[in-house]
Design a protein around this ligand. Structure first.
Ligand SMILES: *Cc1c(COP(=O)(O)O)cnc(C)c1O
Length: 354
């Protein structure tokens, strides 16, 4: 059934996104979406942008949005690149900075899209196993020869973060290649690498409006780095599709960057809920490490992950789980509202007690 397919596509095993159910109302804790709506100012900006100007192409350079991001990050707009979600940004970066002959290093347990890009783009990778406790073996990233490094900080799906000192060691050990730091979850408690950009011309930091700004449906992400790296990203984009971020998205994302008060209020609420949920899950017997992201990565020592996943689903709660070595008994649970976490804990209490 793969008649007419190119060889490359015939052999692909693509990324599988978390389920977006349409038939039934679930408590959705499976894709790390923000449980709070976008800022009212964002919705107003999106509506205002939906006017007759839609007949025109959007600004391919996303200048106004880049200015808003640059102001927030204390950088120059020439150090900012915008794209259709950070997944697109990452796929462009893999094409802009890596070659097949020199394997890219990233952890064995991390965002599974990285390995998909490696296969699809005919690149190669060197997977470095996380330590037993899922912390990052920093020294191996310093020592191993590499054609480039990709690190999610905080890491997904573990929620663990590395410090800026650790990141500096990795950057110092990899001065000849690009180091990508995927900061999809940085606003929930990690230390951002953005302040290191002027010091390291090989550092590319990738962020997104999807998680901390409640805009997964808008599809806006950005890369921050030396203007030379940004120029390579533009070269990839303009070899594929110059208009990756539409008019409405550019206006709405800029409004999100400008509403600092709403951003702070919602991310603090999520961090607060995360800490209380962590304690309650531990009280129910779950092994859960502290997380710097908007999710918890947990397992129960006596219950198979598959069983807990299924039992939650039957109770109307969706979480995420992978059939992958080392983590098959773990569940990744997105932090929802207080009420959603109450429902989660009540369901888990039932499941644990038999
Ligand atoms: C969610 C996520 C992304 C993708 O975010 P989009 O901007 O919605 O494409 C990238 N990296 C990691 C680690 C993520 O969890």
């Amino acid at each position: 059934m793969k008649e007419f397919w190119s060889k490359r596509v015939r052999d692909m095993i693509p990324y599988v996104p978390g389920e977006q159910p349409k038939d039934r109302k679930f408590i959705k804790l499976n894709t790390n979406e923000n449980p709070y709506p976008p800022s009212p100012k964002v919705l107003a900006a999106a509506k205002a942008a939906a006017d007759e100007a839609l007949r025109r192409y959007p600004d391919p350079e996303c200048l106004a949005l880049r200015q808003a991001i640059a102001a927030h990050a204390e950088l120059d707009p020439s150090q900012v690149f915008c794209g259709n979600g950070s997944d697109e940004i990452l796929s462009f970066a893999f094409q802009a900075f890596f070659d097949k002959e020199n394997p890219i290093t990233f952890p064995d347990i991390t965002y599974s899209f990285y390995e998909v890009y490696v296969k699809f783009l005919d690149l190669t990778s060197n997977l470095i196993p996380l330590n037993e406790d899922f912390s990052l073996p920093v020294e191996r990233f310093v020592r191993e020869p590499s054609g480039g490094v990709v690190i999610a900080n905080p890491n997904a799906p573990t929620g663990q973060a590395i410090s800026l000192d650790e990141l500096r060691r990795i950057l110092n050990g990899n001065r000849e290649q690009v180091v990508i730091v995927d900061e999809a979850y940085i606003d929930f408690g990690g230390d951002s690498a953005v302040g290191l950009i002027d010091e390291y011309p090989n550092l590319l930091v990738v962020q997104t409006a999807s998680k901390s700004r409640s805009l997964a449906g808008l599809r806006v992400g950005w890369a921050l780095g030396n203007a030379n790296l940004i120029a390579a990203m533009c070269c990839v984009r303009d070899s594929i599709n110059s208009y990756t971020v539409d008019r409405i998205a550019q206006a709405a994302a800029a409004a999100a960057l400008e509403d600092a008060a709403y951003f702070d209020q919602t991310r603090r609420a999520i961090m607060h809920t995360r800490e209380s949920a962590l304690t309650r899950l531990q009280e129910l017997g779950f092994q859960a490490a502290p997380s710097k992201a908007n999710f918890l990565f947990v397992r129960h020592p006596k219950l198979a992950g598959k069983l807990v996943f299924q039992a939650l689903r039957e109770r109307g709660i969706l979480v995420r789980r992978w059939d992958q070595l080392r983590i098959e008994d773990y569940l990744r649970i997105s932090v929802g509202t207080e009420e959603e976490m109450d429902a989660l804990c009540a369901a888990l209490r039932e499941i644990v007690s038999g």
